[in-house]
Design a protein around this ligand. Structure first.
Ligand code: 5GP
Ligand code: MG
Length: 205
């Protein structure tokens, strides 16, 4: 099974113009991030991690198994993207959000791009009176943000390109790629084709 380790399925891999981070590189960086988080929250009592799904599911699992602190895991689901573009309108998919009053909250998301999503998530969580809210992202794009929001923890700073894999999708595909790569422009331009085509469907974070 070892050959699965860093071998993205060939058909999906062929849709990448290049790989930015393979699985060992991601896990190495998550080890550093986890150590930093573990140090920072060592004396904070119970930590509440709020994962923004679906994009953060791999990041959530691989990061938290490296954080040996007492913590609980909550999640919420938002959408703001259609294909490879942010619409700027952030929709919460659940009516009841996790109860975080008085808690130390660490929000996990896959990527900080325009800032709309994490700005809206943080604002909604702050309404409930948590003890603290910090933001942790796997990826942070180098660009001017539409909303004033910064990550307290970031795995990798990347150029302003559309990336997929390791949880991040294009029209719900590629989330299961074990690496992070740049999606080819012609793949974005033509949408998905072939088996499992979902062209025209929306994007859920
Ligand atoms: P923002 O609201 O900061 O513009 O974007 C947040 C969400 O948009 C992310 O959680 C992610 O779901 C999606 N997103 C932004 N940039 C990318 C990207 O390069 N690739 C993918 N697959 N999703 C992205
Ligand atoms: Mg997301």
């Amino acid at each position: 099974m070892d050959d699965l380790q860093c071998q993205p399925p060939a058909t999906m891999h062929a849709d990448l113009s290049r790989v930015l981070y393979d699985e060992p590189a991601i896990l190495r960086r998550l080890g550093e991030l986890a150590a930093q988080i573990s140090r920072d929250y060592a004396d904070a009592g119970e930590l509440t991690v709020v994962a923004v799904l679906n994009g953060s599911f791999m990041f959530l699992a691989d990061l938290l198994r490296r954080v040996p602190l007492p913590l609980r895991v909550e999640s919420l689901s938002v959408s703001s993207y259609a294909g490879d573009r942010s619409t700027g309108v952030v929709t919460f998919k659940q009516t009841v959000l996790p109860d975080i009053a008085g808690r130390h909250v660490l929000v996990l998301d896959d990527i900080l791009d325009s800032g709309h999503t994490l700005h809206a998530v943080r604002a909604r969580l702050l309404e409930q009176g948590p003890a603290s809210v910090r933001l942790c992202v796997l990826l942070r794009k180098r660009r001017v943000r539409a909303q004033a929001v910064e990550a307290d923890y970031a795995g990798f700073d990347i150029a302003d390109e559309f990336v997929v894999g390791y949880g991040l999708d294009y029209l719900e595909r590629y989330r299961n790629l074990p690496c992070i790569g740049v999606l080819r422009a012609d793949v974005i331009a033509r949408g998905l084709t072939g088996a499992g085509q979902v062209a025209g469907s929306g994007h859920a974070s």
